[in-house]
Design a protein. Structure first.
Length: 411
């Protein structure tokens, strides 16, 4: 479209709207645009300092959105946009109307899609019970982490852990795997807050439902230069029937990686990194794959990986779903995004560090041929949880019995 014609079209729209409606829509659209941009930006392996700086700048831009839209609209004067007073004002006027379209058009459309999401059809049963770990311990396990005081904020649920059991009915598993159990842990973030007693209690509670066949840990284990010392005492409490596997995440990548891997091995975990292993599960082969990308490269090389064998991948981020589909992964477990940590009533999550923004913030998703479970994780760098409890998941696999339809015999 010709720029002049576009400008005229936008000006017509702006002139037809009350100033307050234009201000409201532009502020909403501007906030939506910058939050999505921040989410996508955080999905890439940028330097940590750059991420922190970007987040602060982004929040400032969002917070002051109504202020500078008020200035652009001159709400105490003409209450209208200026289109012919130089390139800068013309651009700001155009941006204001485009943000209005996003705020009252694009954002509601994608919010509706978000709210209409349904769990993967393979999820046939789900039960959950939440425990107030502070109440169970008899005190608030605040610890001495750098941001420990945040855990004392009113309505913060960072010590309320939800233990969920999800049953997946899968047609492509061997009969011997019917009832196979997988304990999925992710995002432990050992950093001092919560304290050791919190993790001790959670690990002991994990074992009270029975010893799982497999334990899978999908990254962000350590979040300080000191707390690798917690790995063996905490994870050493776990037991399993077949095996325990682990990968690292972005917060681990900012620490002493070799030391964290060494501690995980001492806790008897097999550390996959970006590789795969074939194991035997109840007499049947299974391929277990680690995917630590994009923070650790290169991607797993599956060129020699046997085909037509069930493939299970541990991925720190759900962003690897496209890679999983391309490589015919049957089951993918991920974390990283914490469910957003802060979820607003009705609207849901806001800050989700993913290239897909909020699309895979938590729950189960099926994009053939891959079934993916995204856990909210057990902790975080910042001990903040509002309407988004920490999560530990026990997965039960069931053999889906295909209905046999008998055809009428021909005479």
């Amino acid at each position: 479209m010709d720029p002049t014609a576009l400008s005229a079209c936008l000006q017509t729209v702006a002139d037809a709207l009350p100033w307050w409606l234009l201000l409201a829509g532009a502020s909403i659209g501007h906030g939506y645009l910058f939050f999505v941009g921040l989410n996508v930006f955080y999905g890439w392996p940028w330097p940590r300092r750059l991420l922190k700086f970007t987040r602060k700048i982004d929040v400032l831009f969002i917070a002051f959105g109504p202020v500078y839209f008020s200035l652009i609209l001159d709400i105490f004067g003409s209450r209208s946009l200026t289109w012919n007073a130089g390139i800068v004002l013309s651009f700001l006027s155009t941006y204001t109307v485009l943000c209005w379209f996003i705020g009252f058009g694009v954002a509601p459309f994608f919010e509706t899609l978000y709210l209409l999401r349904r769990p993967a059809p393979q999820l046939v049963k789900e039960t959950a019970i939440a425990y107030d770990v502070a109440k169970e311990l008899g005190y608030q396990p605040i610890g001495n982490g750098k941001d420990a005081k945040l855990s004392t904020l009113p309505f913060n649920q960072c010590f309320y852990v939800e233990f969920t059991e999800k049953t997946f009915a899968l047609p492509n598993i061997p009969d011997a795997w019917d009832g196979l159990t997988i304990l999925h842990l992710t995002d432990l973030h050992f950093c001092g807050t919560p304290d050791r007693a919190y993790y001790h209690w959670v690990m002991e509670r994990c074992m009270k439902d029975g010893t799982p066949d497999l334990i899978l840990l999908t990254g962000d284990v350590v979040d300080s230069e000191w707390h690798h010392r917690w790995v063996v005492p905490m994870l050493g409490k776990l037991r399993w029937n077949i095996g325990a596997f682990a990968i690292l995440g972005n917060h681990d990548a900012w620490r002493d990686v070799s030391l964290i891997r060494k501690c995980l091995r001492r806790a008897r975990f097999t550390v996959l990194a970006n590789s795969w292993q074939q194991i035997e599960v109840r007499g049947e082969p299974m391929i277990v794959i680690g995917n630590e990308c994009p923070w650790f490269t290169p991607l797993p090389d599956l060129s020699a990986c046997p085909e037509h064998i069930f493939r299970l991948v541990l991925s720190h981020t759900p962003d690897q779903i496209a890679w999983a589909r391309q490589h015919k992964i049957d089951l993918m477990l991920a974390g990283h995004v914490h469910g957003g940590q802060i979820r607003l009533p009705v609207l849901g999550s806001v800050f989700v560090p993913s290239r897909y923004s909020r699309k895979y913030d938590s729950g189960t998703f099926f994009e053939a041929p891959t079934l993916m479970h995204v856990s909210r994780g057990l902790a975080g760098q910042h001990p903040l949880r509002f309407f988004c409890k920490p999560e530990v998941t026990r997965i039960v696999l069931r053999k889906k019995r295909m209905a046999i339809v008998s055809e009428p015999r021909t005479q």
